[in-house]
Design a protein around this ligand. Structure first.
Ligand SMILES: NC(=O)c1ccc[n+]([C@@H]2O[C@H](COP(=O)([O-])OP(=O)(O)OC[C@H]3O[C@@H](n4cnc5c(N)ncnc54)[C@H](OP(=O)(O)O)[C@@H]3O)[C@@H](O)[C@H]2O)c1
Length: 285
Protein backbone atom coordinates (compact mmCIF):
# COMPACT_ATOMS: atom_id res chain seq x y z
CA UNK A 1 0.00 0.00 0.00
CA UNK A 2 1.43 3.33 -1.05
CA UNK A 3 0.64 6.27 1.20
CA UNK A 4 1.47 9.69 -0.21
CA UNK A 5 1.49 12.69 2.11
CA UNK A 6 1.04 16.19 0.75
CA UNK A 7 0.30 19.67 2.03
CA UNK A 8 -2.42 21.48 0.13
CA UNK A 9 -1.09 24.07 -2.26
CA UNK A 10 -3.70 26.56 -1.05
CA UNK A 11 -1.81 26.84 2.24
CA UNK A 12 -4.42 25.12 4.40
CA UNK A 13 -2.98 23.94 7.66
CA UNK A 14 -4.15 20.34 7.32
CA UNK A 15 -1.70 17.98 5.74
CA UNK A 16 -3.39 15.05 4.10
CA UNK A 17 -2.33 11.66 2.86
CA UNK A 18 -3.76 9.57 0.07
CA UNK A 19 -3.74 5.86 -0.69
CA UNK A 20 -3.69 4.38 -4.19
CA UNK A 21 -6.78 2.38 -5.12
CA UNK A 22 -6.48 -0.56 -7.52
CA UNK A 23 -8.10 1.73 -10.12
CA UNK A 24 -5.03 3.99 -9.96
CA UNK A 25 -7.02 6.82 -8.33
CA UNK A 26 -5.91 8.26 -5.01
CA UNK A 27 -8.25 8.14 -2.03
CA UNK A 28 -7.70 10.74 0.71
CA UNK A 29 -6.95 8.89 3.93
CA UNK A 30 -9.15 11.15 6.08
CA UNK A 31 -12.80 11.52 5.10
CA UNK A 32 -15.65 13.32 6.82
CA UNK A 33 -18.46 10.96 7.81
CA UNK A 34 -21.99 12.39 7.74
CA UNK A 35 -24.13 9.64 9.26
CA UNK A 36 -26.51 11.40 11.69
CA UNK A 37 -25.46 14.82 10.42
CA UNK A 38 -28.78 16.64 10.21
CA UNK A 39 -30.44 17.38 6.90
CA UNK A 40 -30.07 20.94 5.65
CA UNK A 41 -27.63 23.46 7.06
CA UNK A 42 -26.20 21.00 9.61
CA UNK A 43 -24.68 18.78 6.95
CA UNK A 44 -23.99 21.59 4.47
CA UNK A 45 -22.03 23.56 7.06
CA UNK A 46 -20.08 20.50 8.23
CA UNK A 47 -19.04 19.61 4.68
CA UNK A 48 -18.20 23.23 3.88
CA UNK A 49 -16.09 23.52 7.03
CA UNK A 50 -14.32 20.26 6.22
CA UNK A 51 -13.47 21.41 2.69
CA UNK A 52 -12.20 24.74 4.06
CA UNK A 53 -10.07 22.87 6.59
CA UNK A 54 -8.47 20.71 3.93
CA UNK A 55 -10.60 17.57 3.83
CA UNK A 56 -11.01 16.23 0.32
CA UNK A 57 -13.21 13.22 1.05
CA UNK A 58 -16.85 12.97 2.16
CA UNK A 59 -18.64 9.73 3.07
CA UNK A 60 -22.42 9.70 2.75
CA UNK A 61 -25.13 7.15 1.94
CA UNK A 62 -28.66 7.18 0.62
CA UNK A 63 -29.94 6.09 4.02
CA UNK A 64 -28.31 9.09 5.77
CA UNK A 65 -30.84 11.27 3.91
CA UNK A 66 -28.36 14.08 3.43
CA UNK A 67 -27.05 13.45 -0.09
CA UNK A 68 -28.63 16.75 -1.34
CA UNK A 69 -26.77 18.69 1.36
CA UNK A 70 -23.45 16.96 0.67
CA UNK A 71 -23.88 17.64 -3.05
CA UNK A 72 -24.81 21.28 -2.47
CA UNK A 73 -21.71 21.89 -0.34
CA UNK A 74 -19.45 20.12 -2.84
CA UNK A 75 -20.94 21.99 -5.78
CA UNK A 76 -20.75 25.37 -4.02
CA UNK A 77 -17.17 24.89 -2.83
CA UNK A 78 -14.27 26.71 -4.46
CA UNK A 79 -12.43 23.39 -4.39
CA UNK A 80 -12.78 21.78 -7.84
CA UNK A 81 -15.02 18.72 -8.02
CA UNK A 82 -12.09 16.72 -9.40
CA UNK A 83 -10.22 17.23 -6.12
CA UNK A 84 -13.04 15.99 -3.89
CA UNK A 85 -13.63 12.29 -3.28
CA UNK A 86 -17.34 11.58 -2.77
CA UNK A 87 -18.68 8.22 -1.61
CA UNK A 88 -22.27 7.10 -1.37
CA UNK A 89 -23.84 3.71 -0.72
CA UNK A 90 -26.52 1.38 -2.04
CA UNK A 91 -29.17 0.89 0.62
CA UNK A 92 -30.51 -2.58 1.42
CA UNK A 93 -34.01 -1.97 0.01
CA UNK A 94 -32.48 -1.11 -3.38
CA UNK A 95 -30.38 -4.25 -3.77
CA UNK A 96 -30.77 -6.27 -6.98
CA UNK A 97 -29.46 -5.70 -10.52
CA UNK A 98 -31.94 -3.21 -11.98
CA UNK A 99 -32.85 -1.57 -8.71
CA UNK A 100 -29.21 -0.96 -7.80
CA UNK A 101 -28.58 0.82 -11.08
CA UNK A 102 -31.68 2.96 -10.54
CA UNK A 103 -30.59 3.67 -6.98
CA UNK A 104 -27.22 5.00 -8.13
CA UNK A 105 -28.94 7.25 -10.68
CA UNK A 106 -31.22 8.54 -7.92
CA UNK A 107 -28.27 9.17 -5.60
CA UNK A 108 -26.44 11.07 -8.36
CA UNK A 109 -29.54 13.16 -8.92
CA UNK A 110 -29.86 13.99 -5.21
CA UNK A 111 -26.13 14.78 -5.05
CA UNK A 112 -26.38 16.79 -8.30
CA UNK A 113 -23.18 15.09 -9.47
CA UNK A 114 -22.31 13.26 -12.70
CA UNK A 115 -20.35 10.55 -10.92
CA UNK A 116 -19.32 9.39 -7.48
CA UNK A 117 -15.74 8.53 -6.70
CA UNK A 118 -16.84 5.42 -4.83
CA UNK A 119 -20.10 3.48 -4.67
CA UNK A 120 -20.46 0.87 -1.94
CA UNK A 121 -22.88 -1.94 -1.19
CA UNK A 122 -23.87 -0.83 2.31
CA UNK A 123 -24.56 -4.29 3.77
CA UNK A 124 -24.18 -7.87 2.48
CA UNK A 125 -27.89 -8.59 1.99
CA UNK A 126 -28.30 -12.34 1.42
CA UNK A 127 -29.71 -13.48 -1.97
CA UNK A 128 -29.39 -9.97 -3.39
CA UNK A 129 -25.77 -8.93 -2.98
CA UNK A 130 -24.39 -10.92 -5.92
CA UNK A 131 -26.83 -9.28 -8.37
CA UNK A 132 -26.09 -5.92 -6.78
CA UNK A 133 -22.39 -6.42 -7.38
CA UNK A 134 -23.02 -6.99 -11.10
CA UNK A 135 -24.84 -3.64 -11.14
CA UNK A 136 -21.87 -1.95 -9.46
CA UNK A 137 -19.56 -3.51 -12.04
CA UNK A 138 -21.77 -1.97 -14.74
CA UNK A 139 -21.62 1.42 -12.97
CA UNK A 140 -17.84 1.17 -12.87
CA UNK A 141 -17.74 0.32 -16.57
CA UNK A 142 -19.96 3.26 -17.55
CA UNK A 143 -18.12 5.74 -15.31
CA UNK A 144 -20.95 6.66 -12.96
CA UNK A 145 -18.80 5.22 -10.16
CA UNK A 146 -15.05 5.74 -10.48
CA UNK A 147 -14.47 2.96 -7.96
CA UNK A 148 -16.74 0.35 -6.40
CA UNK A 149 -16.67 -1.52 -3.16
CA UNK A 150 -18.51 -3.07 -0.28
CA UNK A 151 -19.24 -2.31 3.34
CA UNK A 152 -19.72 -4.60 6.31
CA UNK A 153 -18.23 -7.49 4.34
CA UNK A 154 -16.22 -9.88 6.53
CA UNK A 155 -14.21 -12.88 5.34
CA UNK A 156 -17.16 -15.12 4.29
CA UNK A 157 -18.85 -12.32 2.31
CA UNK A 158 -15.61 -11.26 0.66
CA UNK A 159 -14.65 -14.83 -0.18
CA UNK A 160 -17.98 -15.38 -1.93
CA UNK A 161 -17.58 -12.14 -3.88
CA UNK A 162 -13.95 -12.70 -4.84
CA UNK A 163 -14.91 -16.12 -6.19
CA UNK A 164 -17.14 -14.65 -8.89
CA UNK A 165 -16.45 -10.93 -9.33
CA UNK A 166 -15.19 -9.64 -12.68
CA UNK A 167 -14.03 -6.50 -10.88
CA UNK A 168 -12.65 -7.05 -7.38
CA UNK A 169 -13.96 -4.57 -4.81
CA UNK A 170 -11.63 -1.60 -4.54
CA UNK A 171 -12.65 -0.87 -0.94
CA UNK A 172 -14.18 -2.59 2.10
CA UNK A 173 -15.65 -0.19 4.67
CA UNK A 174 -15.97 -1.81 8.10
CA UNK A 175 -16.12 -0.70 11.71
CA UNK A 176 -12.51 -0.60 12.90
CA UNK A 177 -10.86 0.68 16.06
CA UNK A 178 -8.30 -0.69 18.54
CA UNK A 179 -11.33 -2.16 20.31
CA UNK A 180 -12.54 -4.01 17.15
CA UNK A 181 -9.70 -4.95 14.82
CA UNK A 182 -11.10 -7.46 12.28
CA UNK A 183 -7.63 -8.86 11.65
CA UNK A 184 -8.66 -11.70 9.29
CA UNK A 185 -10.75 -9.36 7.15
CA UNK A 186 -7.89 -6.85 6.96
CA UNK A 187 -5.43 -9.59 5.98
CA UNK A 188 -7.73 -10.81 3.19
CA UNK A 189 -8.17 -7.23 1.94
CA UNK A 190 -4.42 -6.70 1.91
CA UNK A 191 -3.92 -9.93 -0.04
CA UNK A 192 -6.34 -8.71 -2.74
CA UNK A 193 -5.35 -5.04 -2.88
CA UNK A 194 -8.62 -3.91 -1.29
CA UNK A 195 -8.28 -0.64 0.63
CA UNK A 196 -9.79 -0.84 4.12
CA UNK A 197 -11.93 2.04 5.36
CA UNK A 198 -12.60 2.39 9.10
CA UNK A 199 -16.07 3.56 10.06
CA UNK A 200 -17.01 4.74 13.55
CA UNK A 201 -13.25 5.26 14.11
CA UNK A 202 -13.99 7.21 17.32
CA UNK A 203 -16.07 4.31 18.71
CA UNK A 204 -18.98 6.80 18.51
CA UNK A 205 -17.59 8.11 21.78
CA UNK A 206 -17.88 4.79 23.63
CA UNK A 207 -14.18 4.38 24.52
CA UNK A 208 -12.81 7.95 24.50
CA UNK A 209 -12.42 7.65 28.28
CA UNK A 210 -10.44 4.40 28.14
CA UNK A 211 -7.50 4.74 30.59
CA UNK A 212 -4.87 3.14 28.34
CA UNK A 213 -5.95 5.32 25.43
CA UNK A 214 -5.85 8.28 27.81
CA UNK A 215 -2.31 7.49 28.92
CA UNK A 216 -1.09 7.21 25.31
CA UNK A 217 -2.84 10.48 24.47
CA UNK A 218 -1.24 12.22 27.44
CA UNK A 219 2.23 11.02 26.45
CA UNK A 220 1.65 12.04 22.81
CA UNK A 221 0.17 15.40 23.92
CA UNK A 222 -2.87 14.78 21.72
CA UNK A 223 -6.53 14.12 22.39
CA UNK A 224 -7.83 10.55 22.73
CA UNK A 225 -9.78 11.10 19.49
CA UNK A 226 -6.59 12.03 17.63
CA UNK A 227 -4.78 8.97 18.99
CA UNK A 228 -7.58 6.63 17.85
CA UNK A 229 -7.48 8.21 14.40
CA UNK A 230 -3.68 8.17 14.19
CA UNK A 231 -3.73 4.45 15.08
CA UNK A 232 -5.89 3.92 11.99
CA UNK A 233 -3.64 6.08 9.83
CA UNK A 234 -0.54 4.13 10.87
CA UNK A 235 -2.27 0.84 10.08
CA UNK A 236 -2.96 2.19 6.59
CA UNK A 237 -6.72 2.53 6.90
CA UNK A 238 -8.84 5.26 5.43
CA UNK A 239 -10.60 6.83 8.44
CA UNK A 240 -14.04 8.43 8.42
CA UNK A 241 -14.60 10.45 11.61
CA UNK A 242 -17.95 12.23 11.88
CA UNK A 243 -18.50 15.59 13.51
CA UNK A 244 -20.72 18.57 12.82
CA UNK A 245 -18.58 20.89 14.98
CA UNK A 246 -15.92 22.89 13.19
CA UNK A 247 -13.33 22.62 15.97
CA UNK A 248 -13.69 18.84 16.10
CA UNK A 249 -13.62 18.58 12.30
CA UNK A 250 -10.26 20.38 12.48
CA UNK A 251 -9.04 18.27 15.43
CA UNK A 252 -9.93 15.03 13.62
CA UNK A 253 -7.74 15.88 10.64
CA UNK A 254 -4.72 17.24 12.54
CA UNK A 255 -3.01 13.87 12.45
CA UNK A 256 0.08 14.30 10.32
CA UNK A 257 2.39 16.25 12.60
CA UNK A 258 2.86 13.48 15.15
CA UNK A 259 3.37 9.74 15.19
CA UNK A 260 2.75 6.96 17.69
CA UNK A 261 5.86 4.92 18.41
CA UNK A 262 5.95 1.13 18.24
CA UNK A 263 5.34 0.73 21.99
CA UNK A 264 2.30 3.03 21.85
CA UNK A 265 0.90 1.16 18.83
CA UNK A 266 1.36 -2.14 20.68
CA UNK A 267 -0.53 -0.81 23.71
CA UNK A 268 -3.42 0.16 21.45
CA UNK A 269 -3.26 -3.11 19.50
CA UNK A 270 -3.82 -4.93 22.82
CA UNK A 271 -7.20 -3.22 23.38
CA UNK A 272 -9.15 -5.66 21.17
CA UNK A 273 -12.46 -6.56 22.81
CA UNK A 274 -14.78 -7.19 19.85
CA UNK A 275 -16.61 -3.90 20.44
CA UNK A 276 -19.14 -3.34 17.64
CA UNK A 277 -20.98 -0.11 18.45
CA UNK A 278 -23.70 -0.46 15.81
CA UNK A 279 -24.81 -3.28 13.54
CA UNK A 280 -22.42 -6.24 13.45
CA UNK A 281 -21.95 -8.32 10.29
CA UNK A 282 -20.13 -11.07 12.20
CA UNK A 283 -22.17 -14.21 11.55
CA UNK A 284 -24.48 -12.44 9.05
CA UNK A 285 -25.47 -15.01 6.36
N1 LIG B 1 -20.90 1.60 6.37
C1 LIG B 1 -21.53 1.59 7.53
O1 LIG B 1 -22.31 0.67 7.86
C2 LIG B 1 -21.27 2.71 8.49
C3 LIG B 1 -21.74 2.60 9.82
C4 LIG B 1 -21.44 3.67 10.69
C5 LIG B 1 -20.73 4.76 10.24
N2 LIG B 1 -20.32 4.83 8.94
C6 LIG B 1 -19.56 6.02 8.44
O2 LIG B 1 -18.52 6.32 9.34
C7 LIG B 1 -18.69 7.67 9.81
C8 LIG B 1 -18.20 7.83 11.24
O3 LIG B 1 -18.82 6.92 12.09
P1 LIG B 1 -19.84 7.34 13.24
O4 LIG B 1 -20.52 8.57 12.82
O5 LIG B 1 -20.68 6.13 13.53
O6 LIG B 1 -18.96 7.54 14.53
P2 LIG B 1 -17.58 8.22 14.99
O7 LIG B 1 -16.99 9.02 13.91
O8 LIG B 1 -16.78 7.12 15.62
O9 LIG B 1 -18.09 9.14 16.18
C9 LIG B 1 -18.92 10.24 15.96
C10 LIG B 1 -19.31 10.80 17.33
O10 LIG B 1 -18.16 11.31 18.00
C11 LIG B 1 -18.31 12.72 18.26
N3 LIG B 1 -16.99 13.32 17.98
C12 LIG B 1 -16.47 13.64 16.79
N4 LIG B 1 -15.23 14.14 16.93
C13 LIG B 1 -14.95 14.13 18.23
C14 LIG B 1 -13.81 14.53 18.97
N5 LIG B 1 -12.72 15.01 18.38
N6 LIG B 1 -13.87 14.37 20.35
C15 LIG B 1 -14.97 13.87 20.94
N7 LIG B 1 -16.07 13.47 20.27
C16 LIG B 1 -16.06 13.59 18.91
C17 LIG B 1 -19.40 13.18 17.31
O11 LIG B 1 -20.16 14.24 17.87
P3 LIG B 1 -20.31 15.72 17.17
O12 LIG B 1 -20.84 15.52 15.77
O13 LIG B 1 -21.25 16.40 18.07
O14 LIG B 1 -18.92 16.31 17.18
C18 LIG B 1 -20.28 11.94 17.23
O15 LIG B 1 -21.15 11.85 18.34
C19 LIG B 1 -20.20 7.89 9.66
O16 LIG B 1 -20.53 9.26 9.74
C20 LIG B 1 -20.43 7.25 8.32
O17 LIG B 1 -19.98 8.11 7.28
C21 LIG B 1 -20.57 3.82 8.06
Amino acid sequence: MLVTEARHSDGMSVTTATIALATGAQIPQVGLGVWQSPQGAGTRDAVTAALELGYRHIDTARVYRNEPDVGAAVNQSSVPRSEIFVTTKLWNDDQGYDSAQKALDASLKRLALDYVDLYLIHWPVPHKRRESWRALEAAFANGKAKAIGVSNYLVPHLTELLGEAKVKPHVDQIELTPFLQRRETRALCQQHGIVVEAYSPLTRGARLEDPILGAVAKAAQRTPAQVLLRWGIQHGHVILPKSTRRERIAENAALFDFALDAAQMTKLDRLEEGLATGWDPDGAP
